[in-house]
Write a protein that binds this ligand. Structure first.
Ligand code: NAD
Ligand code: UDP
Ligand code: UDP
Length: 336
């Protein structure tokens, strides 16, 4: 009929992308330990707008207080098991309690967070065409029979144990990520994070580094769970955040291990903390919990090759940085 056809209206997201090159980034779980450090780093780039969605189960507004009111920052009280309708370019999906005492507190909720929460974030990524990064965990290797653990190892996980809500939850989350990638072409990134420590960890969250540091500062005995010869590899949080951003910005889906290969027994860790923080404290052996992995150490060959990443901060240098933060929060200054 001769009428000229109108071009289709651009979606609001594409429209805004056309006029500004800002990157809008969603961080779920951004009020938590790793999430809040990630937000700090992302906010350093003036082109980034950061939206945090968090239900404050284990995180707090306090971790983000320096950004509240900032024009490029937004904080939403939101549970990822519910639908979220916003427009973003990238999603860092961290929401999930990470400490065993918190993820075991309401295991059904932990599964829901991992499965329904990840499904929702993938649905969001699909609707708006965003790239999504999942923070998976070394726990997908369970009590590993291969040491150190490469990404190709499928793991040794108890499907019905008290840790399974977390371990199996993250395994399903990884499966969902790959199915959305294969079925819907979503751009995915999977980081398998190994034990991470640093300032802002919950003081009483029950993880070993935070426990030992708080105990040493309070002058209480350090509680090494038997046998004490079990090992972990501890990554300082700034190294972790660098690794996550490199993975997001790079071309590889992963999964990629991000962690520090320096391996310590829990007795060695206790001795290090004692020497650095309070040589007077005792080290006590206490009961352990079921299914505690006996060893854990990342093989980071892939991260080195594909991300050009490796950790810089040694445990011996990272512990004092965390001590400072814990002393402030506990109100116990260092006496010389
Ligand atoms: P964290 O507990 O400090 O942070 C998790 C954040 O997610 C908190 O702010 C919490 O309130 C929020 N959250 C939990 N459930 C939610 C829900 N249903 N909806 C919205 N928000 C929710 O833990 P973290 O150490 O910062 O861990 C962050 C991520 O990294 C987690 O996915 C965790 O599984 C993963 N990870 C951490 C470690 C580690 O050593 N810290 C190791 C492996 C994997
Ligand atoms: N979803 C969401 N935000 C969106 C789009 C989807 O939270 O912007 C949720 C939605 O509630 C759904 C899930 O993501 O439960 C999966 O979405 P998808 O479109 O892949 O599946 P469907 O809705 O067809 O089951
Ligand atoms: N652990 C310990 N004393 C504590 C808390 C934990 O010896 O007060 C041990 C625990 O048995 C495990 C290791 O430290 O072998 C790491 O435990 P954490 O809960 O920090 O992390 P995850 O088990 O998830 O690696």
């Amino acid at each position: 009929n001769g009428a000229t056809k109108q071009p289709p209206m651009p979606s609001p997201l594409r429209f805004s992308k056309f006029f500004q090159s800002n990157m809008r980034i969603l961080v779920t779980g951004g009020a938590g330990f790793i999430g809040s450090h990630l937000v700090d780093k992302l906010m350093e780039n003036e082109k980034n707008e950061v939206i945090v969605a968090d239900n404050y189960f284990t995180g707090s507004k306090d971790n983000l207080k320096r950004w509240i009111g900032h024009p490029r920052f937004e904080l939403i009280r939101h549970d990822v098991t519910e639908q979220l309708l916003i427009e973003v370019d990238q999603i860092y999906h961290l929401a999930c309690p990470a400490s065993p005492i918190f993820y075991k507190y309401n295991p059904v909720k932990t599964i829901k967070t991992n499965v329904i929460g990840t499904l929702n974030m993938l649905g969001l990524a699909k609707r708006v065409g965003a790239r999504i990064l999942l923070t998976s965990t070394s726990e997908v290797y369970g009590d590993p029979l291969v040491h150190p653990q490469p990404e190709s190892y499928w793991g040794n996980v108890n499907p019905i144990g008290v840790r399974s809500c977390y371990d199996e939850g993250k395994r399903v989350a990884e499966t969902l990520m790959f199915d959305y990638h294969r079925q819907h072409g979503i751009e995915i990134r999977i980081a398998r994070i190994f034990n991470t420590y640093g300032p802002r960890m919950n003081i009483d969250d029950g993880r070993v580094v935070s426990n030992f540091i708080a105990q040493a500062i309070r002058g209480e005995p350090l509680t090494v769970q038997v046998p004490g010869t079990q090992t972990r590899s501890f990554c300082y949080v700034s190294d972790m955040v660098d690794g996550l951003i490199r993975l997001m910005e790079g071309e590889n889906t992963g999964p990629i291990n991000i962690g520090n290969p320096g391996e310590f027994t829990m007795i060695e860790l206790a001795e290090n903390v004692k020497e650095l923080i309070n040589p007077k404290v005792q080290i006590n052996m206490v009961e352990n919990t079921p299914d505690d992995p006996r060893q854990r150490k990342p093989d980071i060959t892939k991260a080195k090759e594909l991300l050009r990443w490796e950790p810089k901060v040694k445990l011996y240098d990272g512990l004092p940085l965390m001590e400072e933060d814990f002393r402030q929060r506990l109100g116990v200054p260092k006496s010389n």
